[in-house]
Design a binder for this molecule. Structure first.
Ligand SMILES: C[S@@+](CC[C@H](N)C(=O)[O-])C[C@H]1O[C@@H](n2cnc3c(N)ncnc32)[C@H](O)[C@@H]1O
Length: 248
């Protein structure tokens, strides 16, 4: 419970979050999708919290977020970025494919958790929280290809966290390019994923294969390591850690 939360304050305040950045031609829908977890290139699943988010939240306990910058790629609920915020990250960028997910799920979640973070703030006077959110958070929606093309993400990050984003082979290159473009040279990337996405084609194996091929073709110099395994479910789940070797 978060106390006397006034939805109207949230709605009017969200309007003023001036670093929310819009892509002009992103897909918009008026009602939430009822029938399907995913509609490729239209709705990419952001309204649901997917299993691998839990794995990466658990693994995040090993990471030091204090004063770090974090990009939560394909954020949906925003839980990975929110957790980093709670653990002292100074700057978070939340990215999702859909405008509606961002406005109706990510931002309200971040907003509510900011109140939780500063638990003495008066709910009737949310300006302090708005300023903090403006200072520490960016919200970007749209397709990864467009985001890179328009360079919509404001900086490079110490950590990129992403969960359940390698299910579609068609997006592998774009995701790889996002990593390359937005990670600091000493940063780390964590990709939480199921080993196979039956029916849609992606898998950890194929993503690693692409990384290796790209490395051979000098398109990246990432080194990877499987840092977490969860074999409890029907489909095994893993976390891939990517980093860039330092040049001595
Ligand atoms: C299956 S959902 C996972 C949501 C959340 N990370 C979780 O684990 O609960 C996949 C997410 O990847 C992002 N995504 C997928 N394809 C994308 C694309 N081509 N461009 C931008 N974002 C994309 C969407 O934001 C979507 O919310």
């Amino acid at each position: 419970m978060y106390g006397p939360f006034d939805e109207n304050i949230l709605k009017s305040s969200l309007y003023h979050i001036n670093n929310l950045r819009y892509l002009t031609n992103s897909y918009k829908f008026d009602t939430l999708p009822q029938q399907s977890d995913l509609v490729p290139n239209e709705y990419e699943g952001g309204f649901k919290i997917w299993e691998c988010t839990e794995d990466l939240l658990i693994y995040s306990g090993k990471l030091d977020f204090k004063n770090k910058s974090v990009l939560d790629l394909g954020c949906g609920s925003g839980l990975l970025g929110i957790n980093a915020l709670m653990e002292g990250a100074k700057n978070i960028c939340f990215q999702d494919f859909n405008h509606d997910v961002m406005l109706n799920f990510t931002i309200p979640n971040v907003w509510i958790n900011f109140f939780n973070l500063y638990n003495n703030v008066d709910f009737a006077n949310p300006d302090f929280i708005l300023n903090e959110m403006n200072d520490r958070c960016n919200f970007v929606y749209g397709d990864w290809g467009q985001i890179i093309h328009m360079d919509l993400i404001p900086m490079k990050y110490d950590y990129i966290l992403t969960s359940e984003t390698i299910y579609n082979l068609d997006n592998f290159t774009k995701l790889h390019d996002m990593f390359k473009h937005y990670i600091k040279s000493d940063g780390k990337i964590y990709i939480a994923a199921k080993s196979h996405y039956f029916g849609v084609g992606g898998s950890v194996h194929l993503f690693l294969k692409m990384l290796t091929e790209f490395k051979l073709n000098k398109k990246n110099n990432f080194i990877y390591n499987i840092c977490y395994n969860n074999d409890e479910g029907i489909v095994p789940r893993q976390i891939i850690e990517l980093s860039i070797p330092s040049i001595e």
